[in-house]
Write a protein that binds this ligand. Structure first.
Ligand code: AMP
Length: 344
């Protein structure tokens, strides 16, 4: 491939924004494609605001860049087919297909020998009762597609079961002692570099904090990193991959994978010389990866909705690195920024 100067990013949220800043530090430039308003566009070389159905806009976007990546995995297939006929897409289509659909994802993970929660496919409401009989209660019904931050999920307890309204998977409830995640990068040459696993705490389905180190023994963190590397290799992956895992007494269970930079990897901005955003840019641009070593302990805290009121206090705190996304309205549940607190 010719030398990469310009990277196209599908999606214009905070992840695209931080990718664009990282690219600019390496002398590269980003072109953002986003149907809505783009907070990534504010810091990028170019922005295209057009729907994913606009073939002319997609074509012009692709022709202006050397490689295409994404910060959002639910890009329609028709748009991806057109873009891929014009420029390489990294991470590849297989990685996207696997992570776009929870059924495909779990099937793939089991095929490569990793453990998932027990699950059943539930095409429609008529199949729900049989699935509950098989998986048991408590369990969680999740839409196969388009779920994030706990959206599209229904907990099934003792009472009558609610339907999600779309094809779903029913997952057995995992009695985990901790939720951890691994952020791993893989280059086009197969080089792999992992960041240390972080401990994740969710509130209302939304990530609240990630703490590094995660407090798990080395046997667990090593397993977690090896599993993430196995997934990346099996997908012939290029870029940064996020892998969320449940820690149980019987070992690690993979919850889900994200084919992109991940909220639980934001701590790397304060903890590592090369953070997850730069690592992703390096991988998709065909540059050597950083090694992922950690030089500080960090607690990353998401600033959600009204947490924005705490910005003056956070600015006054030593050892806090603040990231604000430039979003307008601090609605409840909306991620407005994050704070990386260096704890050691
Ligand atoms: P997800 O959207 O799949 O990442 O789920 C959001 C959060 O719900 C997870 O981070 C867990 O805290 C919880 N959760 C999801 N699936 C399960 C499960 N099978 N058993 C227990 N808790 C779960």
């Amino acid at each position: 491939m010719t030398e990469i100067r310009t990277i196209g990013i599908l999606g214009g949220g905070q992840l695209g924004r931080m990718l664009s800043v990282a690219a600019s530090r390496l002398g590269l430039r980003c072109h953002i494609y986003e149907p809505g308003h783009s907070i990534a566009g504010d810091v990028a070389w170019q922005v295209t605001q057009a729907p994913y159905e606009d073939e002319a806009a997609l074509r012009a976007f692709a022709e202006s860049v050397d490689v295409i990546t994404y910060e959002f995995e639910n890009v329609p297939t028709s748009a991806l087919d057109l873009l891929e006929s014009l420029r390489p897409i990294r991470p590849n289509r297989r990685a996207l297909a696997v992570s776009q659909d929870r059924l495909t994802e779990k099937t793939f993970l089991q095929q490569i020998g990793l453990r998932t929660a027990p699950f059943a496919n539930v095409e429609d409401e008529g199949e729900l009762a049989a699935a509950i009989d098989r998986i048991g209660r408590p369990s969680i019904l999740k839409t196969r597609r388009m779920g994030y931050d706990g959206k599209g999920q229904v907990r099934i307890g003792d009472g009558p079961a609610e339907w999600t309204g779309a094809p779903s998977v029913l997952e057995g409830f995992v009695d985990f002692s901790a939720e951890i995640s691994v952020i791993i990068a893989r280059g086009a040459d197969g080089q792999v570099a992992a960041f240390d696993p972080g401990l994740n705490v969710h509130e209302g389905g939304i990530l609240r904090t990630t703490t590094i180190p995660c407090g798990q023994p080395a046997s667990v963190t090593t397993d977690a990193v090896l599993m993430a590397a196995q997934i990346a290799n099996a997908l012939d992956y290029v870029g940064v991959l996020g892998v969320e895992l449940f820690v149980t007494p019987d070992g690690l269970i993979v919850n889900e994978i994200a084919p992109r930079v991940h909220n639980s990897g934001h701590w790397t901005q304060a903890g590592c010389a090369v953070d997850q955003f730069e690592q992703h840019i390096r991988a998709v641009a065909g540059l050597p990866l950083g090694d992922g070593k950690r030089h500080a302990d960090v607690v990353m805290e998401n600033l959600i909705g009204d947490d924005l009121d705490r910005v003056p206090a956070l600015l006054a705190e030593p050892k806090v690195q603040l990231h604000l996304y430039g979003k307008g309205d601090p609605r409840p549940g909306r991620k407005m920024g994050h704070a990386n607190r260096i704890t050691q």
